[in-house]
Design a protein around this ligand. Sequence first.
Ligand code: CA
Length: 229
Amino acid sequence: MPATVLIVEDEPAIQELLALTVRQAGHQPRLADSAEQALGLLREALPDLLLLDWMLPGQSGVELARRLRADRRTRELPIIMLTARADEHDKLAGLETGADDYVTKPFSPRELNARIKAVLRRRAPEATDDVVDLGGLRLDPASHRVHAGAAEVPLGPTEFRLLHYLMTHPERVHSRVQLLDQIWGDHVFVEERTVDVHIRRLRKALEPSGLDGHVQTVRGSGYRFSATA
Ligand code: CA
């Protein structure tokens, strides 16, 4: 699944170049030219990553980053700050804005995409195209295929996303609410038992390979993917 990258940059030419760069890496850009506009877009849906310019008209990028870190809903959002000069870069490093990385303009598209990839790998592995090989299952996000040994496991799109998320965050218990936020989106109204329905479908698809036991119910808490089952 392509990662959604929200770009907050007020200079149209740079915004366009950023969007092009992000698109070339296979991600989906969303655009805002101020912190206020970005907040509006963030209220609608959370992106996988935020590319945030330091100098913005009105509220600065630094202020926005701080505000997002203080809010429970956006606290975990991966942020890469863009700075125009090396000294801003130094200043930022000392500011504790909570940004995951900093890139100085003018940026090299290759460098920027490498940074995006590194931050996504660390903070949102389910938003990368990395193949996940775990517990006898091999999930390839690029081809949207799952194999158990040589046999392909046929999965619907929701079961695929669910398995991808669980496999990139293994051995951890995820509540139904967390899974709804991650897989359906945090502003989509879906009943919690919808998660149970898709977990059941996922297990059924894994049954022929005998690997359905990896998808575990943790009574009273939620679900977990365990590679050692
Ligand atoms: Ca700017």
